[in-house]
Design a binder for this molecule. Structure first.
Ligand SMILES: [Fe+2]
Length: 322
């Protein structure tokens, strides 16, 4: 009997609260209604999101017109996404959220290894498999360099047969995905390390570029009077069985935007130099960039990719709707 009375009292208080929604009670009311979420991690994420979102609105005293503008902006970001373009990744990158998620991912690694950097919106799956020493340049022109080094574990031992996926922009600062025929692949490839973990391949000397400015993220960057440039870099995704996949990039020291990357990808440890006359290079006649990538052992299966091939994201959205 006492239990029934207590439950009725709780129900009455809940109903009263639902009829007294104001700026102070709405957060708890929203969280309480979502408390039946069966996935505990999803429940935790949504509770925290609502709490912070509501605090944000209170802090800036958000007006209806301003929130409508926010909704317009997010709608435009979504509408700009296609199988070849991912404006939401660009938004995450330019807000510093991707760099933050990378830093949190690195913190969970079991050893000190090569730092993560941005996957960005221009990764694509199914880049051609190539042999060590091959060139990833198929359509572009520019200064050719050789990239070489080793993929090693935290003790410095070479990791054989590691898969290296690499991609970079062309001499105009565009990736193949941004061109007239985005189905054509250029300046990307996959390589396997040799028995001692060594790799080398040829590509363009990395160049800097301006992020895509013809969408809502570009409008935001202009409104904030930011320059929109990324320093010269080349992207890598490196994986091997038993090791955490590494998503990173190498940045050319001396680039004018090395200290003001629009997407916050640069770390001191990822800055490289272009060397001439390097006798250790497997192709000494070319300028060279040397870097050893250090992988952590896998203690979980968590992916370090903050992003994906744009076509995989639109495909996933369509599948979820079906
Ligand atoms: Fe990039």
């Amino acid at each position: 009997m006492a239990g029934i009375l207590a439950r009725n009292e709780a129900k009455r208080r809940k109903e009263e609260a639902m009829r007294a929604i104001n700026e102070h009670t709405i957060t708890d009311a929203a969280i309480e209604q979502m408390a039946s979420t069966s996935n505990p991690r999803m429940r935790q994420i949504m509770e925290s999101l609502v709490r912070h979102l509501h605090s944000f609105a209170r802090e800036i005293d958000l007006t209806p017109a301003e929130w409508l503008e926010g909704i317009r902006f997010l709608t435009a970001v979504g509408q700009k996404c296609t199988a070849h373009r991912q404006e939401f990744i660009l938004l995450s990158d330019t807000l510093g959220l991707s760099a933050l998620v990378n830093a949190l991912h690195d913190k969970r690694a079991s050893e000190t290894v090569t730092k993560s950097s941005l996957l960005g919106p221009f990764y694509r799956q199914d880049a051609p498999m190539m042999s060590l020493g091959d060139s990833i340049i198929s359509q572009s022109e520019g200064t050719e360099v050789v990239f070489y080094g080793r993929v090693i574990d935290s003790a410095g031992r070479g990791i054989s047969d590691a898969l290296i996926q690499v991609w970079e922009p062309d001499e105009t600062g565009n990736y193949d995905l941004q061109k007239h025929d985005p189905s054509v692949m250029d300046l990307r490839g996959c390589f396997r390390t040799d028995s001692e973990g060594r790799y080398h391949f040829r590509g363009l000397c990395p160049l800097g570029y301006m992020i895509p400015m013809d969408g809502p993220v570009g409008d935001m960057i202009r409104a904030q009077k930011r320059h929109g440039y990324r320093p010269a870099h080349i992207h890598f995704v490196i994986g091997a069985p038993g090791y955490r996949e590494l998503v990173t990039a190498l940045y050319v020291g001396g680039d004018p935007h090395i200290d003001s990357d629009t997407v916050f990808g640069v770390d001191e440890s990822l800055i490289i130099a272009v060397n001439k006359g390097d006798r250790s290079s497997p192709l000494p006649s070319l300028p060279s960039i040397r870097y050893d990538f250090r992988l952590a052992t896998a203690k979980d299966q968590m992916s370090g990719r903050v992003g994906a091939d744009p076509s995989q994201i639109t495909h996933g959205v369509a599948e979820n709707r079906a």
